[in-house]
Write a protein that binds this ligand. Structure first.
Ligand code: C5P
Length: 224
């Protein structure tokens, strides 16, 4: 444990937690950990190396040796740029599969904690508040209905010119939620001391304001 403050933002895919975490980190001038990206990288690299996503020992060994770097909005592994490859629906599925293996989660614990650097860290994921940073100064759990999350994703993909089915996306989200919420280790759930926000009928700006005012109340941040 250290004195360096952490804000954790957990929640299901599509709740807006990634955007929220980035805006809060930028506003406070703190570091950012996108823990989902780590599982996405582990899934993508397993596929590239021909490792079965069910082979717990092999995936965990790979996870422990990857030289991952986040810099200038790019994600690289030993110089290989995976920024776009890890953002596909398939990469999200593969991430969720490797993320339910206990040895894989154990292999990335220290790596995740190494992101805790002064002046502070905003960490987003599924178990940031319940497992990785249990002593966080502020814990947020951002939820939204599966329907609204599927619609948001549908619009994002449409805007990128991709043709997708809303129904298919909803099914994928429900399946991934069930796997993330139902797994034995580090299941997706709010920490006992988390503030639960529901973004179903809130804009991201409204959610950001709520989190910033919580940070201000706790003395973690002062508006300029
Ligand atoms: O947040 P994102 O959609 O990038 O996460 C991809 C997958 O990684 C999730 O569906 C979840 O299974 C897994 N994950 C996790 N624990 C975290 C972050 C992500 O299990 N802290």
């Amino acid at each position: 444990m250290t004195d360096i403050p952490v804000i954790t933002i957990d929640g299901p895919s599509g709740s807006g937690k990634g955007t929220l975490a980035k805006v809060v980190a930028d506003t406070l001038g703190w570091h950012l950990l996108d823990s989902g990206a780590l599982y996405r990288i582990i899934g993508a690299m397993s596929v590239r190396r021909g490792i079965q996503l069910t082979d717990e020992t092999a995936v965990a060994e790979l996870a422990a040796t990857l030289a991952i770097s986040f810099a200038d909005d790019r994600v690289t592994v030993a110089g290989l740029d995976l920024t776009d490859e890890i953002r596909t629906e398939d990469a999200g599925e593969n991430a969720s599969k490797v993320a339910h293996l206990p040895a894989v989660r154990a292999a990335v614990l220290d790596l995740q904690r190494s992101f805790r650097k002064a002046p502070g860290l905003v960490a987003d994921g599924r178990d940031m508040g319940t497992v990785v940073f249990t002593d966080a100064a502020l814990k947020i759990f951002l939820d939204a209905s599966a329907e609204v999350r599927a619609e948001r994703r549908y619009k994002q993909l449409k805007n990128k010119g991709l043709s997708v089915s809303l129904r298919g996306l909803l099914e994928q989200i429900q399946e991934r939620d069930a796997r993330d919420r139902g797994r034995a280790i580090a299941p997706l759930k709010p920490a006992d001391d988390a503030i639960v926000l529901d973004s179903t009928s809130l804009t991201i700006e409204m959610v950001v304001q709520q989190v910033l005012s919580q940070a201000q109340n706790l003395g973690l941040w002062q508006p300029k």
